[in-house]
Design a protein around this ligand. Sequence first.
Ligand code: SAM
Length: 378
Amino acid sequence: MSLNIGDRITLTIHDIAFGGEGVGRLEQMVVFVPFVITGETVEAEITEVKKNFARAKLVRVVTASAEHRVQPACRYFGACGGCQYQHMDYAQQLRVKHKQISDLFERVGRISPDRVLPVLPCPEPYGYRNRIMIRSQWNGPAKKLEIGFIRTDNKFVEDIDECKIAEPALNEQIKEVRANPPPKGGIKVVLRVQPDNWEVPRDSFFQNNFFLLPKLVGTVRDFLQAGGARHLIDLYCGVGFFGIETADLVTSFVGVEYDQLAIAAARKNLEDRQISNGEFLAAKVEDVLPDLLQKFSAANTAVILDPPRKGCWPATLELLRATRPAQVIYVSCHPATMARDLNILCADGVFDLAQVQPLDMFPQTQHVECVADLRCKA
Ligand SMILES: C[S@@+](CC[C@H](N)C(=O)[O-])C[C@H]1O[C@@H](n2cnc3c(N)ncnc32)[C@H](O)[C@@H]1O
């Protein structure tokens, strides 16, 4: 069957892929449609045709999911590119994310789905984000400055007055940005709510959901405690979050981060808490890890990896495979690169994946955080 852009089709959705698009089939062709739910029959219009798959925009839900379809809270949902799941009840979002992670880890990492624990929910499925990026773009035809988020089309800015997933304080800041608009075009403004009791420089990383932070810390602490290591190497440590939150569980720890201002803040965070068994290094992980791994006995060492979305350098993973610390705790907001890296660490049985705990740090969106507990096989 040949499909063309603009064709109207009717199809049934049998899965939700990473990224949030529903997956349907038309004879041999896989068709991706956003804003749908598994089991629904929908009418869609083809927008892109490739050799083995096509993309379509949702025109109409023919048979809606009686169980899981809900009214989106946000009036920009569907146009704004920020959220993918507001049309789905929250319990179903968690099930969808769990299946996506289990399927991905099985396919890419050959990890048994029974290692993936149920997704921990966020106590606040709306109003949770503590950091957002607002953009401005001059709309020539409308002679208007659009201030808001990138649209689903990835090209234009959707003008917004408020964001339902952002903390209320950020919605107040959006009003200020709109009252004093940035110059025409291409400007990005980061709005954030500072965490209590943490020094965080304006442009440094901090976890963007305060409501689920206790569970994130609890998961890392439980894994570390179960592993029983005495020394901790906290890689990609930002302002020292995990090292500081787990300092009481180890004899000594060292955090590594290349953002110099974040490391200055990490040292301050340490001092403020009068913690004396840890230190922070301003360096690239790949430059200092060989020496750090020499410093402590592998059998007593745990390594936390919390890399940026692109994951770890291959050389870093190879070094961990060669030096064999007793435990690696891998924290990630990007399950695809995480699965790739876990596959490398576990190849030839060097590490064994004990379990993966997903946490819904990003309700209503396609994103999910995962913490994996890897043990070195003797
Ligand atoms: C996902 S954040 C994690 C921060 C921290 N673990 C936390 O929970 O707040 C990743 C951090 O890695 C840092 N980073 C990225 N590449 C790095 C590298 N090659 N060496 C050291 N730090 C790096 C970034 O600056 C960022 O602070």
